[in-house]
Design a protein around this ligand. Structure first.
Ligand SMILES: Cc1cc2nc3c(=O)[nH]c(=O)nc-3n(C[C@H](O)[C@H](O)[C@H](O)COP(=O)(O)OP(=O)(O)OC[C@H]3O[C@@H](n4cnc5c(N)ncnc54)[C@H](O)[C@@H]3O)c2cc1C
Length: 452
């Protein structure tokens, strides 16, 4: 079957679905993206993506992959008001009880709301040849049989045939397990890590050229021993500060202004306190809360006979604890893996599907293990603990302490956290020795925890 005959369907037109659509274009004559939401003509959060209202960091690894898919995307975002920043210098990371050493990295991140990023991606994808985005089109099931999918079921039982169906329907994507079973196909096992995370977000006016206390444009506070609270402040488009407060295991911030301000006032961070107490709230901003009970990883790669012509991508495949900001970057890597699997197999049968899941699992593995090491450092965390988690957490603690005083260690840690290099990069013998020595000099071992 040549490209000319082929049709691919993507369920979900959010970040994961749009990236899938990008790699399917050119490999299929027609690509149809179906989303149940009405997709707005402006950068704006929407009902099907309730997390879109909260702080989203695009990691450098993700930005790199997005630029490969859409050259110039970063510049588009900046033209739309997004704020460029140097992650070594402008992102103030207060982790494990002290501020990490700042340095000029020479890299450029871009800080924007998720709504702006999704809007920019949608604009680029909509312009691709052979591509159609159909909003207000929910998918209710799959057509096909025990060997795999042949299309999707729409409203009133109407069907749409396809040579490949990509499920990018987000965290709720597990409902596709029922669809698969209805065809007589096997559904995957799921690893779950219960983290009880809560996000509460409010917006404040940012004055022209304004920086945070301490000089940054972005700030993250997390992970002092035993403290489950987290906070982030991001300069975003529209001259706004996006402030997110919350934490693990029901350590959540209220949405009302007084409760939010009280939570902020108790944090060991002058940067957060000053914005929340001293900046003008954005009018009509009512504050929003999102709860995230558990990270979920669906193990399609372990199915001996995965359903043909059907793949799962993005949060539907692996929904990470959002505190590590990995979701969009890993979704982009999965999309790249899908492109490679299609090229290698030349078709959409079980061999292609198996190759895709094997590669997608590699993209997930390192970030999933890193997140688990952080999550299981809280004794309340329960669920599937990856092998080696305790050792990884012990070493990560040493590296974090060292990052307070050593620029080379902090640079290496930044590259790993930004998913530019695999986690094993911080195990290099020279760096490990340096980290273990430097960790003893961390001010967090001597002083309090004011983030400045
Ligand atoms: C609070 C929070 C903060 C986060 N912060 C970050 C961050 O800082 N950095 C980062 O990289 N990632 C972050 N993430 C993760 C990130 O949002 C996702 O990884 C990313 O958006 C990819 O999601 P997705 O496209 O797979 O799914 P989603 O964004 O959930 O989109 C699913 C889409 O499918 C549609 N849909 C669902 N069901 C159907 C159906 N039956 N038929 C048709 N359409 C359907 C929905 O309308 C929606 O458009 C965060 C997540 C949360 C929850």
């Amino acid at each position: 079957m040549g490209v000319a005959d082929r049709h691919a369907i993507v369920i979900g037109g959010s970040v994961g679905g749009l990236l899938a659509a990008r790699v399917l274009t050119g490999r299929f004559a027609r690509v149809t993206v179906l989303d149940r939401d009405e997709l707005p003509g402006v950068p704006q959060a929407r009902r099907g993506v309730p997390h879109g209202d909260h702080g989203h960091a695009l990691l450098l690894g993700g930005k790199q992959q997005l630029e490969e898919f859409f050259p110039g995307l970063g510049a588009d975002l900046v033209a739309g008001g997004a704020v460029p920043f140097d992650p070594g210098h402008d992102l103030l990371m207060h982790q494990k009880g002290a501020l990490r050493r700042r340095f000029r990295s020479g890299a450029e991140g871009v800080s924007a709301t998720r709504a702006l990023l999704e809007f920019a991606l949608r604009g680029r994808v909509a312009a691709l040849p052979g591509l159609q985005i159909r909003d207000r089109t929910p998918v209710y099931g799959l057509t096909g049989g025990p060997d795999g999918a042949t299309g999707v079921v729409l409203e009133d039982g109407a069907t749409l045939a396809a040579d490949l169906v990509v499920n990018a329907s987000g965290r709720g994507g597990a409902s596709a397990d029922g669809w698969l079973r209805a065809l007589g196909c096997e559904a995957p096992a799921t690893d779950v890590v219960k983290v009880g995370v809560g996000y509460t977000t409010r917006l404040y006016r940012r004055l022209p050229g304004e920086r945070l206390a301490g000089g940054g444009l972005l700030h993250l506070l997390a992970g002092a021993d035993g403290d489950k609270r987290v906070a982030s402040v991001f300069a975003v488009e529209g001259d706004r500060w996006m402030v997110t407060l919350g934490g693990w295991h029901q350590t959540h911030a209220p949405t009302d202004p007084a409760g939010f301000a009280d939570f902020a006032a108790r944090l060991p961070s002058e940067a957060v306190r000053r914005i929340v107490s001293g900046s003008e709230p954005v009018p009509d901003d009512t504050g929003r809360k999102f709860t995230f009970p558990a990270a979920r990883r669906r193990r399609f790669e372990r199915l001996p006979n995965p359903p043909a012509r059907f793949v799962t991508l993005g949060d539907a495949l692996c929904s990470f604890n959002p505190l590590y900001a990995q979701g969009m970057t890993v979704a982009a890597r999965q999309a790249a893996a899908l492109g490679r699997a299609l090229d290698a197999a030349g078709g959409t049968g079980a061999d292609m599907v198996r190759a895709y899941y094997a590669n997608a699992a590699k993209a997930v593995e390192g970030p999933w293990q890193m997140a688990a090491a952080g999550d299981f450092s809280h004794p309340e965390t329960t669920g599937t603990k990856p092998r080696g988690t305790r050792l990884r957490a012990w070493y990560a603690d040493r590296v974090l302490l060292a990052s307070h005083v050593s620029v080379p260690v902090n640079r290496a840690l930044m590259d790993v956290q930004q998913l530019l290099v695999p986690p094993t990069a911080i195990l290099r013998p020279g760096l490990a020795a340096r980290a273990l020595l430097a960790s003893r000099r961390s001010p967090a071992l001597r002083f309090g925890t004011n983030a400045g």
